[in-house]
Design a protein around this ligand. Sequence first.
Ligand SMILES: Nc1ncnc2c1ncn2[C@@H]1O[C@H](COP(=O)(O)OP(=O)(O)OP(=O)(O)O)[C@@H](O)[C@H]1O
Ligand SMILES: [Mg+2]
Length: 264
Amino acid sequence: MLKLTDVEVVFNPNTPYEVRALRGLSLKVERGDFVTVIGANGAGKSTLFNAIAGTITPTRGTIQLNNRDITRTPEHVRSARIGRVFQNPLLGTCPGLTVHENLALAARRGRRRGLRPGVKRAERSVFADLLAMVGMGLETRLDSDVGLLSGGQRQAITLLMATLADPDMLLLDEHTAALDPNAAAQIIDLTVSLAAERHLTVIMITHSMQQAVSVGSRIVMMNRGELVFEICGGERAAITADDLVRRFRDLARGDELSDRSLLE
Ligand SMILES: Nc1ncnc2c1ncn2[C@@H]1O[C@H](COP(=O)(O)OP(=O)(O)OP(=O)(O)O)[C@@H](O)[C@H]1O
Ligand SMILES: [Mg+2]
C-alpha cells in the first residue's frame, strides 16, 4: 500500500549547513498496519512524514501509494488521501468556526458542492454520535466555537476531521505530546478505536515508549536518517518499554545520543 524505496532527503545541499535527514530509507506499510515510529530528536521522523505527505520532495528514491508513484505529486493532491495530525492542538482546527462547521468542512474535503438541508440535519446526528465516542462531552458542544475548547478536545476533533474522509493513510506526529497525561490517554484510546473501526492504515511517531509498545502492530526505530530496526510478530507482542530503551542504548553507545533525546 505505501512503499518507500531508497528515499534520501538532503537539506541545504553543498553548503556548510547540509543535513542528510533521510539516508536511503526503505519502508513498506500494508493496508491496515498500525506502525509506531520511535527515534531520537533529529532522527528524521518528521522528515519521513513530510516526504510521504509531499511537503518536501526527496532528493533521491521513490514513494508509492496504492501502487502509484506519488514521489512528485503535489501536497494538496495527496492531502485528500493522506490525513495528518501534528503535536500542536491549535493547528488542525479553525478556532472561529464551530465544532459542527469544522467537522462539516472535513467531511466535504475533495467534494465541490454543499449539502441540502435534510442531509445537513442527518449529518448533525452523525457528528454527535462520533463526538460521543470521544468521551469528552463534545456531543453537546456542536455549536461552540472550537477556539473555546481545551487542547485535548481540539486534538480529538482534529483526529476525527483527519479520518472523516476515510484517508488511505493517517500520519500522527507526536499528536499527544502537548497534552496532559489524562487527555493524552483519551486521544490514544480514540486513535486506537478509530483505526480499528475504520480499518485505517496508521503511522504514529511517538517519544513515549509506553505508547510505542501498547498500540500498533509494528515498531520502527529510526536513527540519523535511517531505519535501524523493526519489531513485529511474536517479538512485538512480548516487548516492553524497558526493552526498547535498552535497545536504543545499545545502538547509541559510542554516539552522543542520550535517553533524553529518545524520550522527550
Ligand atoms: N526544513 C529544514 N531545513 C533544514 N534542516 C531541516 C529541515 N527540516 C528538518 N531538518 C533537519 O533534519 C534533521 C531531521 O529532522 P526531523 O524534524 O525529521 O527530526 P525528528 O526525528 O522529527 O526529531 P524530533 O523528535 O525532534 O521531532 C534534523 O537535523 C533537522 O534539523
Ligand atoms: Mg519531529
